[in-house]
Design a protein around this ligand. Structure first.
Ligand code: S6P
Length: 565
């Protein structure tokens, strides 16, 4: 799996410049657009009182927006400059830790949130992120910008060609995402808007854009923001060469990270074992590495239909460290209890040997704190491991490394002066993201939550995922769309007899109901494939707790049946 993921992620950096329809990250047109956008960042930074840069997205795209804005603003603060970056995540800050897929469907909400955040500003650089070029929330925002081009410069970041942008109707709208993307392209000719859409190749798990899509979002936007910053404050002109230089630095992070494939494979194996035994995986991170952990963990719920506590993240100092707009959200429920102290108080007392604990830290984090917490964990379990970053001239002491079973330790070839730089930290974040994406994906594959590269047990919580569920059913059963829709609705509404109200309801009513139900897609798949009732399908799934086994068994039995017939 590590080797497959390694090859898959390599496609982000592929240098094929001869395909006119599919621009890659290194294609000259993409680099030029990045230069153009970096120049807009420079302009905003030179006029901080009147300007704001907004990064916005849904799900992972919103989480990456948050992370980038937080670290860029921290850098500005440290250099006593005005913090002019802001983030929007569909569903608000709670969406950083939990799956809030429904607000993604609401274009009016997107536009309204953007309008509020930019009130009174004369210049707004708006970067709307939608990896699949599909999120109505972002389309609503881009449409709003296109109507106010005197103030807004909209940028669309995604990883599909414009002609493949989503063209399904959006809630309460006369246009769809593709319309907006085409209008953006038209405005790009007058440099009033920009579309940044290199293709990255398919995701390892179909549709899991948190992986390559999320990594490329981070790489592209960090390069743009840093280039703009260097131009505004260090007089360094933004050129295509300097943008390619930033990308090449990320490629080096990719190479270095995957050169530790043995340790990575060991960690995937360990996490898979824990999930298979119905135990847990806990990421205990420091600073922004903690945020990477929280993000990775929260994404397993919509992707694999996981429970929130299958894989969970914790960060030192909890919400104080997150520095999110809405502050401490811990009163919202157990998913929002994220501090190390909370881990010690609520999880540690019942931690078992089957639970895996994975520390995420770097040499400049508080190593006393790391040691003390590792000591406490070791008193309950030896299933303690780490991903740790240090530098050739500033290494983590062996005594600390020896506390962990498997330690994926990456010693980076940078000077010790870089240790506190934002750039160094961003590289460690990217490296940690690659590792955790591999661990949580691999562990769920081992748990049997993936069937032939499809997230067969996804939560059907918005219109994109509803369409994806039908596509999955059609692909595997070969049945007509209408048959698949009926089976899906029977599973969603938990009934054999669909009423007129149910079949005629709109997709948002379906997703609202589906969001509260488990194993919706597997149930529908078994019903279609085995031609059985809802109760029989559920019974079949109960007999095969591993989803992939359940699906395999029903395909095998229908094969046998048709041979006999
Ligand atoms: C994907 C993740 C989702 C997406 C979200 C936005 O792995 O589970 O939460 O990030 O749906 O997608 P997009 O294509 O608009 O960036």
């Amino acid at each position: 799996m590590v080797q497959i993921l390694r090859r898959c992620d390599a496609e982000i950096f592929e240098k094929k410049d001869h395909d006119p329809f599919h621009q890659r990250l290194y294609s000259s047109a993409v680099i030029q657009t990045m230069v153009d956008v970096a120049k807009r960042v420079e302009m905003m930074l030179r006029d901080p009182e009147e300007s704001v840069i907004v990064l916005s997205g849904c799900g992972t795209s919103g989480r990456i927006a948050f992370l980038l804005v937080t670290s860029f603003n921290e850098m500005m603060k440290a250099q006593k400059q005005k913090q002019i970056c802001s983030y929007i995540i569909a569903g608000g800050d709670r969406a950083m830790l939990t799956s809030q897929e429904a607000p993604e469907d609401d274009p009016a909400l997107g536009a309204h949130t953007l309008e509020k955040i930019c009130a009174g500003k004369k210049h707004v650089l708006f970067i709307g992120i939608s990896c699949g070029m599909s999120a109505p929330f972002v389309a609503g925002q881009l449409d709003f910008c296109l109507q106010h081009l005197d103030i807004f410069t909209p940028v669309l970041l995604g990883f599909n060609p414009v002609h493949m942008a989503r063209s399904e109707p959006m809630q309460g709208c006369s246009f769809h995402f593709k319309d907006v993307a085409e209008r953006m392209t038209a405005e790009q000719r007058h440099e009033k808007a920009f579309v940044l859409n290199p293709v990255l190749g398919a995701e390892a798990i179909s549709g899991s854009s948190r992986m390559k899509g999320g990594s490329a979002t981070k790489i592209i936007l960090e390069s743009i923001l840093l280039a703009g910053h260097e131009a505004a404050f260090r007089g360094k002109r933004t050129t295509p060469e300097c943008i390619s230089g930033w990308i090449t630095a990320s490629e080096m992070v990719y190479e270095t990270t995957y050169s530790h494939s043995d340790e990575l494979a060991a960690l995937i194996h360990q996490a898979g074992e824990s999930l298979r035994m119905k135990a847990h995986v806990y990421y205990i991170g420091w600073g922004t590495l903690g945020i990477i952990g929280l993000t990775d963990a929260s994404e397993c719920v919509p992707t694999y239909g996981a429970d929130f506590d299958d894989i969970r993240g914790f960060i030192n100092n909890g919400f104080r460290e997150m520095k999110n707009k809405e502050g401490d959200l811990s009163c919202l429920g157990p998913e929002f209890v994220i501090g190390h102290k909370d881990f010690v108080d609520t999880i540690l007392p019942s931690l078992s040997q089957n639970d895996m604990v994975l520390f995420l830290f770097a040499v400049n984090d508080d190593l006393h704190e790391v040691t003390a917490l590792a000591d406490q964990v070791r008193r309950r379990t030896s299933n303690l491991h780490a991903i740790a970053h240090d530098l050739e001239k500033f290494t983590i002491p062996e005594t600390v490394c020896n506390m962990f079973g498997t330690i994926l330790r990456i010693t980076w070839p940078f000077s010790s002066e870089e240790v506190n730089s934002v750039v160094m930290r961003q590289r460690w974040e990217l490296s940690t993201k690659w590792c955790l994406n591999a661990i949580s994906t691999g562990a769920h594959v081992l748990k049997g939550k993936v069937y032939m590269n499809y997230m067969i047990d996804l939560r059907v919580s918005n219109s994109k995922l509803y369409t994806r569920a039908i596509n999955i059913l059609q692909r595997f059963t070969g049945c007509s769309k209408s048959e698949c829709v009926r089976a899906l609705l029977r599973a969603i509404y938990s009934t054999e007899d669909l009423s007129e109200d149910m079949t005629s309801a709109d997709v948002w009513k379906h997703t609202d109901a589906a969001n509260r139900r488990d194993r919706v897609v597997p149930t529908a798949l078994v019903m279609i494939q085995c031609g059985c009732t809802l109760t029989e399908a559920r019974h079949h799934l109960d007999c095969h707790p591993v989803i992939r086994d359940a699906v395999n068994a029903c395909f095998n039995s229908s094969k046998t049946k048709s041979t006999v017939d």
